[in-house]
Design a binder for this molecule. Structure first.
Ligand code: CDP
Length: 227
């Protein structure tokens, strides 16, 4: 597939709840199609982490928005951002409207540069890139997601309880889906990819098939319009 043929950047938007596998799928799609990848969760994680480190209350919108406006790409390199705690902090700062507004331009500029990009998050297909070429909503049952996250944390040597992780995943789903600004939901034109019964390889293969199908259709429509 030739991204230039469509004359528009190939933008792949991946959204979905915690631990559904969207990060892995997004990174592999980016590699496969030769596109840069932005894990947008890192932006919210960095803001939450900076606030906690400096002793600020993460529920303070004004401070969170000021940090968002001054976020430096180097802030995204902190290895602690990948951790479970940073995810919890992220979902608390992510409810603030002014925090989200401060991050829109950075994400859109990343997506708009040729030849395109893969972005993963919660509101990529709905708010950040409503015109993305391909939108995939990656999901899985809460139980399966909790099982994966528990395995992941245990593999890192953490003594963690499955039922605690399941409760946290459920409350994070609830917070992300019910917030007033940019709630987690599938875009109307997103393809849903349920990974509950799929291993990593099968989920990736399915994602590639969706991209080829949807981007192929988009290229055809663009060609017909140009003809
Ligand atoms: O995959 P996981 O949910 O563990 O991590 P993440 O994608 O880094 O997201 C962490 C939190 O950041 C989510 O629970 C959301 O509240 C928030 N987030 C968001 O609101 N919008 C995004 N585009 C990305 C993340």
């Amino acid at each position: 597939m030739d991204a230039e043929a469509g004359r528009k950047p190939l933008v792949i938007a991946i959204d979905g709840p915690a631990a559904a596998g969207k990060g892995t799928i997004a990174a592999r799609l980016a590699e496969h199609f030769g596109l840069p990848h932005l894990d947008t969760g890192l932006l919210y994680r960095a803001i939450g982490r900076i606030m906690a480190d400096r002793g600020f209350d993460v529920d303070n919108e004004e401070i969170a928005a000021a940090i968002a406006e001054n976020l430096d790409p180097d802030d995204l390199r902190d290895p602690r951002l990948r951790g479970h705690e940073a995810g919890e902090l992220a979902s608390r700062v992510a409810v603030h409207r002014n925090v989200r507004a401060a991050l829109v331009r950075f994400q859109r500029e990343f997506a708009g540069r040729p030849p395109g990009a893969v972005l993963d998050g919660r509101d990529i297909g709905t708010v950040i890139c409503p015109d993305a070429t391909v939108k995939i909503f990656v999901t899985a049952s809460a139980e399966e997601r909790a099982r994966r996250r528990t395995d992941e944390l245990r593999a890192k040597g953490r003594d963690i309880d499955y039922s605690r992780i399941l409760a946290e995943i459920r409350s994070r789903d609830e917070r992300d889906s019910s917030r007033a600004t940019a709630p987690l939901k599938a875009a109307e034109d997103a393809a849903t990819l349920d990974t509950s019964e799929l291993d990593r390889e099968a989920a990736f293969a399915e994602a590639v098939a969706i991209v080829l199908r949807v981007a192929g259709q988009a290229a055809q429509t663009a060609a017909v319009r140009r003809a």
